[in-house]
Ligand binder design. Structure first.
Ligand code: B12
Ligand code: SF4
Ligand code: SF4
Length: 394
């Protein structure tokens, strides 16, 4: 992939011109008052080295099936393609280091959900707050456009250059007080950046805890993540079947994965707080049963404005089947038997694998009935399961 080898994109001063330190401070303070846990200014120029780093990551295929990333290189290289007036950015950080709520009663509630998905979708929750911040900026005579995740911006690069934290070995942005469990947002503005902090020093030292904790060895030596091995990728973004060789390593990860963030000493020392994002018990401990029993329409209605909606019912039922296979609790066999008749081939295939993990008479009985599944992908897994190829011994 070709990228511009010239210097960082030079952005001409237009629009609001020099932001007086007072205006810059006022906007930063407004962000903190609105509930963001940290905010720092940075220039909107993107260094060529970051674009090259992103391009090499793509060239190596680390984006797995996230094809949309490949189409966005030039837009990521110059944020003026997102906001023509961009001169500077106020980088915003919000903690999702929640205290776990109480578990609701009833249903089948097993499997771990990553903390960012414990609250209503952060894109939706943060939108009105960011709109308020845009309005404050307008009152200060600054034009601004807020971006959270969806815009083609190398957000962690912006955050690191703003000095708000550093990219740890996990590739996550780490903040000394908030740790690694944070969400990033960027407010692009037409103000010339005020005095900018030095990029944060790397505070990983000799620690390699995140690399060791990753169940699937997805963190590479050069501080990047290979999505083709990452549980967060498979459980959130990936459609279809999950590679067989990774499934046992998923353990009880139902949606997303925080293993490399939880283990980080900066997270373990961080206080637990989340002002803007509130955990919802039904998202922290979801009942897996309706994912096997109800329709996609039911799912969309119940999980609208949640991160689960990205994986859809079929993705969540597939993830649940893998968790149930890894847990091997006989009380869950009926759900996997039910899943063998699912409309989605990926759900039936994952259930066949999971029943193969049990390899008990009841599980094999369910599998016998699925031998004639019309989908070749499902049938292959059923036959392998019946040959006890997936049987897990404890
Ligand atoms: C694609 C994506 C993923 C992918 C790939 C993850 C990855 N590490 O790249 C998958 C689906 C696996 C994923 C998982 C998760 N994600 Co994600 N993801 C993104 C997304 C949309 C793009 C990230 C990206 O561009 N990756 C490609 C790599 C190469 O980019 P990068 O890590 O930012 O690399 C920069 C530098 O390393 C540098 N660089 C890279 N190589 C080199 C080489 C050289 C020589 C140089 C100089 C520089 C350099 O350039 C890059 C740009 O600055 C961002 C949102 C956004 N728009 O940025 C969220 C984002 C990174 N994700 C986020 C989160 C929370 C997660 C999860 C924790 C969710 C979960 N609990 O399940 C996991 C964490 C996994 C992990 N350890 O990274 C947050 C991170 C917040 C933070 N504090 O850092 C973001 C910023 C979303 C947000 N708005 O909050 N994610
Ligand atoms: S999110 Fe999980 S699977 Fe992905 S890199 Fe971190 S620990 Fe590994
Ligand atoms: S766990 Fe250790 S190596 Fe990984 S990001 Fe945290 S401090 Fe850095």
């Amino acid at each position: 992939m070709n990228v511009d080898k010239s210097n960082p994109v030079m952005i001409q001063t237009v629009g609001a011109g020099l932001a007086s330190p007072n205006k810059a401070d006022a906007l930063k303070n407004a962000a903190l008052e609105l509930g963001f846990d940290a905010a720092e200014w940075v220039s909107a120029a993107v260094p060529t080295s970051d674009v090259q780093g992103f391009s090499s990551w793509l060239d190596a295929g680390h984006q797995a099936g996230m094809d949309y990333l490949e189409k966005s290189v030039s837009r990521r290289a110059d944020v003026r393609t997102t906001f023509a007036l961009a001169q500077s950015a106020l980088v915003l950080l919000v903690s999702h280091n929640h205290v776990a709520p109480e578990k609701p009663s009833g249903g089948t509630r097993v499997g771990r959900v990553a903390r960012y998905a414990w609250s209503f979708d952060y894109h939706t929750v943060l939108k009105p707050v960011l709109q308020k911040l845009e309005a404050v900026a307008a009152d200060l005579g600054i034009q601004a456009k807020a971006c959270v995740d969806h815009a083609p911006i190398l957000e962690r690069g912006f955050a690191a250059r703003a000095g708000i934290g550093w990219q740890g070995r996990s590739s996550q942005l780490i903040h000394t007080k908030l740790g690694a469990l944070t969400t990033l947002a960027v407010l692009l503005t037409d103000a010339e950046p005020p005095e900018i902090l030095e990029p944060h020093a790397d505070r990983c030292g000799k620690c390699v805890a995140c690399v060791t904790a990753c169940p699937t060895d997805a963190i590479l030596p050069n501080r990047i993540v290979d999505s083709r091995r990452c549980i967060a990728y498979y459980t959130v973004e990936h459609r279809g079947a999950v590679p067989l060789e990774l499934r046992a390593k998923f353990g009880d990860h139902l949606f997303g994965c925080d293993d490399c963030l939880d283990i980080c000493p900066w997270t373990t020392h961080a206080g637990k707080f989340s002002k803007l994002l509130e955990p919802i018990p039904e998202l922290v401990y979801p009942n897996l049963e309706p994912w096997f029993l109800e329709s996609g329409t039911w799912f969309e209605k119940h999980f609208t404005n949640t991160a689960f909606s990205r994986a859809r019912r079929k993705g969540m039922a597939r993830n649940a089947a893998i968790v149930l296979g890894n847990l091997r609790d006989e009380n869950h066999l009926w759900l996997l038997g039910q899943g063998l008749t699912d409309i989605g081939w990926e759900v039936r295939e994952a259930c066949a694998w999971a029943l193969g993990c049990f390899a008990t008479p009841t599980a094999l009985n369910f599998l016998e009935r699925a031998r004639t599944d019309l989908d070749a992908r499902v049938q292959t897994t059923v036959i392998r399961a019946l040959k006890l190829e997936f049987a897990q011994v404890t």
